[in-house]
Structure formats: structure tokens, C-alpha cells
Design a protein. Structure first.
Length: 263
């Protein structure tokens, strides 16, 4: 079983009647319910409002793939508890998979992992989005037609201020004419990252069977069965006497034990 944690901002669902009507269990609950219909996955949810935003060390250790949806409250992911963002990134570098959905392109962990502005153009007009599969044999596209449509969605337009991805799995066309790279994959350390664009809160996107399939496929692609690297930031010294081949030391060394600094 692949253990999935769905992180939801859970703000719009509590403040907006339209969103609450579409997602009475929250967007995170709808996504988790769809994943739990797959016999190989087990999904639980945490939200922004939980202690430590639900992202405790224990929860991340029990998570193979984390899914992140955010929009209105990126700034509420606390910097005062700075290790929350650090521990998410450390988990990814150590081998946890992560999927960022829709407006999570501005989430603090995504921007940290991308090292880029992650900006884009947008328009909320309920227009048609047509997603084209650009990598037919990619595991994330398994079981999908060559394209599918969402009748109402928010437009995201290029340029998208992210690093060049490993792969572009989907591109979107919008009714107003814009295009967007809607499914991007990355590696950071031992972790796999998938960004998937659709998912504006006032539209029933996460009830769509094709969208649900993409997310489930993304979880399976991002899953790393190897043991998590405990300290991905470690930079250990490899002493000369532990080298695999003999080394004759030459020249001065900076890091001599007990060496006094220059005065």
C-alpha cells in the first residue's frame, strides 16, 4: 500500500457556500476519497488548521506521497514554525514524493524546491480547458485519452516561472486562447515532484474521472520504495585512511584537526 497524505488549505470550503456545496467534505476529502477507491493506495487528510498544519515529523515519516492544495492562505503556513517548510523539503530530498495541485505553484514548499518565482498569468472566467497528453507513454498518462476537457476552469497562462522540468506530461489550451504547461515532473534529491494545474475551488474539477486518474497515476509515479534518507542535508567528511584506493596526500589542507586560524 502506498500511504498518501492529502494536505488541504481548507479555507474556501469554510467561507464560500459555492465551494462548500461542490466539496462538502472539502477538496482534500474529495481527493482522498477518490484515491481510497484504488486498492493500492491509502489516503488520509490533514489541513492548515491542524496543529503544526498537520505536518508533524511523525506524519511525514508515515507518508510516502504528499499532495498539497493551497490558494488563499500560502502566507499562513507559519514561518514562525519554520521547520514545517524545512521538514517538508527535507522529506522530499530524502525520498518522499510530492504532488502540488493548482494554486500550490505559490506554496512555500514548492517555491523552495523550485528556487524560482513560480509566477504565471491567470483569469477566472469559467472557460473551457482542453488538456493534451504530450508524453503518451508516461506512467502519469496511463489510461487517459489523447486529450480531455474540463468545461469550466480558471485560466493559467504562460510564461510559467519555473525551472525547465524533466518532462512535460500535459499542456492545456483555454477558450480564451492561452496555453500552459499543466503537468510537469521534477527530481529534487531522492524525491519526485509532480505539478498538476487544474483544480480551481469554484468548479467541480476534482470530481472529474480523468483528473482523479491523473492524481492517482501521479501518486504511483512519485512513490519511492527505497528507505527514506534520514538526513539528506548531511555532508560527511571521507578521511584519507577510509578511501577505497590509496592516496598520497599532497599540498596543504584547510581542515586540519586543531589547526589554529590565521592571526
Amino acid at each position: 500500500m502506498i500511504r498518501v497524505t492529502v494536505w488541504g488549505e481548507n479555507v474556501h470550503e469554510q467561507k464560500n457556500r459555492i465551494v462548500a456545496g461542490i466539496y462538502p467534505k472539502g477538496m482534500h476529502g474529495t481527493i482522498a476519497d477518490a484515491l481510497n477507491r484504488d486498492a493500492g493506495l491509502t489516503a488520509t487528510t490533514v489541513t492548515l488548521q491542524d496543529p503544526e498544519h498537520g505536518l508533524t515529523d511523525a506524519k511525514l515519516a508515515d507518508t510516502d506521497v504528499l499532495i498539497w492544495w493551497g490558494h488563499a492562505a500560502h502566507g499562513d503556513v507559519q514561518d514562525a514554525v519554520v521547520e514545517i517548510v524545512d521538514r517538508v523539503c527535507d522529506a522530499v530530498w530524502g525520498g518522499m514524493g510530492i504532488i502540488f495541485l493548482h494554486s500550490a505553484h505559490f506554496a512555500k514548499p514548492f517555491k523552495r524546491l523550485m528556487g524560482a518565482p513560480c509566477n504565471l498569468s491567470w483569469r477566472e472566467a469559467g472557460e473551457r480547458e482542453r488538456l493534451w497528453v504530450t508524453s503518451r507513454n508516461h506512467p502519469i498518462a496511463a489510461g487517459l485519452p489523447d486529450h480531455f476537457e474540463l468545461e469550466t476552469e480558471e485560466m493559467y497562462g504562460e510564461p510559467f516561472g519555473v525551472p525547465d522540468p524533466m518532462e512535460t506530461v500535459f499542456v492545456s489550451w483555454f477558450q480564451g486562447g492561452e496555453v500552459f504547461r499543466s503537468g510537469l515532473t521534477y527530481k529534487r534529491g531522492a524525491g519526485s515532484i509532480f505539478y498538476f494545474r487544474p483544480g480551481h475551488e469554484t468548479y467541480p474539477t476534482y470530481h472529474d474521472a480523468n483528473v482523479q486518474r491523473v492524481i492517482a497515476n501521479g501518486v504511483k509515479w512519485a512513490f519511492n520504495p527505497a528507505p527514506r534518507i534520514a538526513n539528506p542535508n548531511a555532508a560527511p567528511n571521507r578521511p584519507v585512511d577510509q578511501a577505497l584506493e590509496p592516496i598520497v596526500e599532497r599540498g596543504p589542507r584547510l581542515h586540519h584537526d586543531g589547526e589554529e586560524g590565521f592571526r
